[in-house]
Ligand binder design. Structure first.
Ligand SMILES: *[C@@H]1O[C@H](CO)[C@@H](O)[C@H](O)[C@H]1NC(C)=O
Ligand SMILES: *[C@@H]1O[C@H](CO)[C@@H](O)[C@H](O)[C@H]1NC(C)=O
Ligand SMILES: *[C@@H]1O[C@H](CO)[C@@H](O)[C@H](O)[C@H]1NC(C)=O
Ligand SMILES: *[C@@H]1O[C@H](CO)[C@@H](O)[C@H](O)[C@H]1NC(C)=O
Ligand SMILES: *[C@@H]1O[C@H](CO)[C@@H](O)[C@H](O)[C@H]1NC(C)=O
Ligand SMILES: *[C@@H]1O[C@H](CO)[C@@H](O)[C@H](O)[C@H]1NC(C)=O
Ligand SMILES: *[C@@H]1O[C@H](CO)[C@@H](O)[C@H](O)[C@H]1NC(C)=O
Ligand SMILES: *[C@@H]1O[C@H](CO)[C@@H](O)[C@H](O)[C@H]1NC(C)=O
Ligand SMILES: *[C@@H]1O[C@H](CO)[C@@H](O)[C@H](O)[C@H]1NC(C)=O
Ligand SMILES: *[C@@H]1O[C@H](CO)[C@@H](O)[C@H](O)[C@H]1NC(C)=O
Ligand SMILES: *[C@@H]1O[C@H](CO)[C@@H](O)[C@H](O)[C@H]1NC(C)=O
Length: 744
């Protein structure tokens, strides 16, 4: 007995010492392995990875008993689809030992990131009787996967009325806490990477159920079934419907406590690929990652290789240049714009004049006339305290309406009017006073009335949804801008879709504002724009099952709109309403019906992307980490990817005063019968732009023709378009000339 106790104590002290040692220094890594180096003796990659890990532990001599057991506890995931390799928790010594294992390619740290936080189908021109919806049967044969925060399965948006059985090719499943149906056909969660770094948070549920609300919102935007009488406390009322309302949905939950780990995100995409999704929607991204250590870039290369269309968010770090993430050549990167819809409140002055402004006030204020007073920048707390039952008017001098709102709330003022040009109304959700934001022009009218009436009075009314707002769409302030850090040679973002104040489903158990609950919520971000594009991708896949991901992207880009509903160029709210540069909106605003029939397509295959990586001077290890395979080579390096957009860089400090850029592109004819296309150019001010040849004749479907674009000009920024037209089609590509420094 004594001996055993002694041995036990001796053992446990070693284990504790080891634990302390490991906890102090160990890290989680993503390790790329060369699958072709796997000895034949192993039946699965999993067994090989375990054995590799076990040998590394052995030679690092950090473990004292059965190394296979220890290896098992240190292995987080094995990956065989999204990449070849695994993730594991390793001490520095173990990591060094692993790096000299046979088959080791490269590795990166397992790092965290965050999410990029219904009227919209109508705004996109979708119509039940013509165009993309009927052509694609609303996406019925298409499976859309989302990597997000889970979902609320009881939401009406995930009902399956009238839907046929689950496609037989589907290999996915639903974990036991979620009841699936013919709409929701996959539900899985990926938590091991998070758990191994946050052991103290063991109470977090083992479920795909949405704990943040984000995933319920994004998935219903992409594929939600039609729900009648949806609204947000009276705002945005109407029927809510996803873009591809009959497509199937698979949710892969990776968000835990607001955080997403690389190891979990790769595992989710790995599973989605083997389950058989057709489209992936990723409203998340890793900032400052190079292509070879960006988990989204790595995992989506494999997805692209399997014909999966991937939509990713540009990020919400705009309007600064070079803020875009997911600037990955093989995905579709989505910027966010406004809808032609606003939520209003009306201030009715005692003289009968109505002033309308933005509001998301959710309460039930009575519409009585009360005194209204101007209080400048509303920083005099004593004065505010004496105006609790009045309407207080504040001027937003700093652009920080959140501060103003919190002052008003803290002073217990019951009603306020803000004179401001902000459009983000999320502050209403945390405040209880009745408020309206009026623009500076209307602010002058109000101030003039207050000045000339000592007995000024007004009433307020709310919950007005204004449609047909002009101009719309516009690129919104927060949407991240190109060029892409990780690959400046390809213009990003690719496309703009609705992202501002989007109404979509929400979990019943999560409050939408303070203590208020609702089955729909209004959210804003490129996170909301991305599932719109995933939904359109599903419609195109439904209508054209043989199109490659690059063909779908090309069709979406070259048929998009560059004019708003006032017939002017789409504006950029983040650049003082100037015409939006392609660095902000990509090719334009998505137009799904036109994308159905693009005429010409810029197609790209896996080897073309590899040629780009080669020209970017990536090492063979880095390229292999992305491609998972040695079957690609660098015999034809080229920075000129066959893409439906153009970006030309100049170097401010170079000696030449004029520069010349040349691009060669190949288009594939996707129409029927003979036709000829003629090129035209929307000039870039100060530049000579030419296309050789400027006429392309096609005799039959799938024929390819090439042309050269030549740009000559000074070292200044500019943008324009080239457009190929035949009798039926308009195929437009944006061109940007910008300086190299701005990509930093
Ligand atoms: C979740 O599953 C893991 C592994 O099976 C288990 O260790 C953990 O206790 C579970 N957590 C909860 C909250 O049930
Ligand atoms: C929607 O609301 C209208 C008007 O209140 C009502 O007539 C209709 O039955 C509702 N539809 C559904 C599906 O609840
Ligand atoms: C939304 O509600 C308003 C006011 O109740 C009503 O006039 C309008 O028709 C509704 N809109 C839709 C699309 O149901
Ligand atoms: C102001 O709005 C109220 C309520 O909607 C309406 O009755 C009134 O006619 C409007 N006044 C003017 C001058 O438009
Ligand atoms: C406002 O009134 C409506 C209808 O009476 C009610 O359903 C709603 O809960 C009220 N809203 C608030 C915030 O009290
Ligand atoms: C505002 O009201 C709250 C709750 O009634 C009270 O606790 C607080 O002191 C008030 N604030 C001011 C500045 O009077
Ligand atoms: C917003 O309003 C402020 C203050 O009136 C002004 O300085 C600023 O230029 C405006 N911004 C835009 C984008 O119009
Ligand atoms: C790659 O390396 C070559 C040769 O050193 C160099 O000329 C070229 O500019 C590099 N390309 C990039 C994109 O850095
Ligand atoms: C590179 O790949 C191409 C296409 O697969 C092949 O034709 C060529 O022989 C390869 N070159 C080398 C040097 O391996
Ligand atoms: C720009 O040109 C200068 C001077 O020729 C050179 O030193 C610098 O490396 C160039 N920068 C880039 C990014 O190519
Ligand atoms: C454009 O072409 C014309 C005619 O060849 C030439 O005179 C002019 O200098 C060129 N401009 C630029 C900016 O290269």
């Amino acid at each position: 007995m004594a001996t055993i106790t002694h041995v036990f104590l001796w053992f446990s002290s070693i284990i504790i010492l080891n634990l302390v040692h490991t906890l102090a220094q160990s890290h989680n890594y993503i390790i790329h392995m060369d699958a072709s180096a796997m000895p034949k003796a192993f039946s699965t990659q999993h067994a090989w990875h375990l054995s590799t890990l076990s040998s590394a532990l052995d030679s690092a001599e950090t473990s004292n008993h059965n190394n296979l057991d220890t290896a098992y506890s240190k292995l987080i995931y094995t990956y065989t689809n999204a990449m070849n390799g695994f993730s594991a928790n390793l001490s520095p010594k173990e990591y060094e030992a692993l790096k000299i294992s046979p088959g080791y390619v490269s590795s990166t740290l397992d790092l965290p990131t965050k999410l990029d936080t219904t009227h919209s189908p109508g705004f996109l021109g979708l119509n039940p009787s013509t165009g993309a919806w009927p052509a694609a049967k609303f996406g019925e044969d298409v499976i859309v996967g989302l990597v997000d925060s889970g979902l609320w399965p009881e939401s009406e948006s995930f009902r399956d009325e009238g839907m046929s059985g689950v496609p037989s090719r589907w290999k996915g499943q639903c974990e036991s806490s979620i009841k699936c149906n013919n709409k929701l056909i996959g539900a899985r969660f990926f938590k091991k990477g998070f758990s191994s770094q946050h052991a103290q948070l063991f109470t977090i549920v083992n479920s795909t159920r949405d704990t943040e609300g984000h995933g319920t919102h994004t998935s219903s935007t992409a594929v939600g079934s039609q729900v009648e009488n949806a609204s947000f406390f009276g705002y945005a009322n109407g029927s809510a419907k996803g873009v591809a309302s009959k497509a199937r949905l698979a949710m892969y939950k990776v968000v835990w406590n607001d955080r997403i780990y690389t190891s979990d995100a790769i595992a989710a995409i790995d599973t989605a690929i083997s389950d058989g999704v057709d489209v992936l929607s990723l409203s998340l991204g890793f900032d400052d990652a190079t292509l070879s250590n960006d988990p989204v870039a790595i995992a989506t290369f494999a997805a692209m290789d399997r014909g999966i269309f991937v939509a990713t968010s540009a990020g919400n770090a705009g309007p600064g240049r070079g803020t875009v993430h997911n600037g990955i050549p093989w995905v579709t990167n989505v910027a966010a714009g406004t809808l032609d819809r606003e939520y209003h409140g009306t201030l009715t002055l005692a003289n009968g004049v109505n002033i309308s402004g933005l509001s998301l006030y959710l309460g039930n204020l009575s519409a009585n006339q009360v005194p209204i007073v101007f209080m400048g920048s509303c920083d005099d707390f004593a004065k505010l305290g004496n105006a609790r039952s009045k309407i207080v008017v504040c001027e937003d001098m700093s652009g920080n309406i959140d501060n103003l709102a919190s002052t008003i709330d803290f002073a217990n003022v019951s009603a306020a009017v803000f004179i401001s040009n902000v459009t983000d109304l999320t502050f209403f959700l945390h405040r209880s006073f009745a408020g309206i934001v009026i623009n500076p022009r209307n602010g002058e009218i109000l101030k003039a009335y207050l000045k000339s009436n000592s007995d000024a009075k007004a009433s307020m009314s709310f919950k007005i949804t204004a449609l047909g707002i002009t101009p719309a769409p516009s690129v919104d302030v927060y949407s991240s801008r190109g060029p892409s850090h990780s690959c400046p040679f390809v213009l990003k973002p690719d496309i703009t879709a609705p992202g501002t104040s989007i109404l979509a489903a929400w979990p019943q158990n999560l409050p939408v504002a303070q203590t208020l609950h609702n089955s729909f919520n209004l959210l804003t971000g490129t996170s909301m724009a991305t599932p719109h594009v995933a939904g359109v991708g599903a419609l195109l896949k439904g209508a054209h099952p043989d199109w490659s991901p690059a063909a779908i992207r090309s069709a979406i880009m070259t048929t998009s709109d560059i004019f708003d509903n006032t017939k002017n160029l789409i504006r950029d709210i983040g650049e003082g309403e100037k015409p939006a540069s392609p660095l902000a909106m990509g090719a334009g605003h998505i137009n799904p019906n036109k994308a159905l029939d693009p005429g010409l397509v810029y197609d790209v295959g896996a080897q073309d992307y590899v040629n780009l990586l080669c020209a970017m001077n990536f090492t063979q290890e880095n390229i292999k980490a992305i491609t998972r395979s040695s079957s690609y080579n660098c015999s034809k390096p080229s920075l000129d990817l066959n893409y439906p957009s153009f970006i030309a860089f100049f170097n401010d400090s170079s000696k030449e005063s004029t520069l010349t850029w040349e691009f060669v592109r190949t288009v594939t004819y996707f129409g029927e019968g003979q036709t000829s296309y003629t090129a035209s150019i929307t000039p870039i001010k100060g530049f000579n732009v030419s296309i050789i040849p400027n006429k392309l004749v096609f005799k039959e479907k799938n024929e390819k023709q090439s042309y050269k674009l030549r740009i000559e000009g000074p070292k200044i920024e500019g943008f324009g378009y080239i457009t190929w037209t035949d009798v039926k089609h308009v195929v437009r590509s944006p061109i940007v000339v910008t300086n190299q420094a701005s990509s930093k």
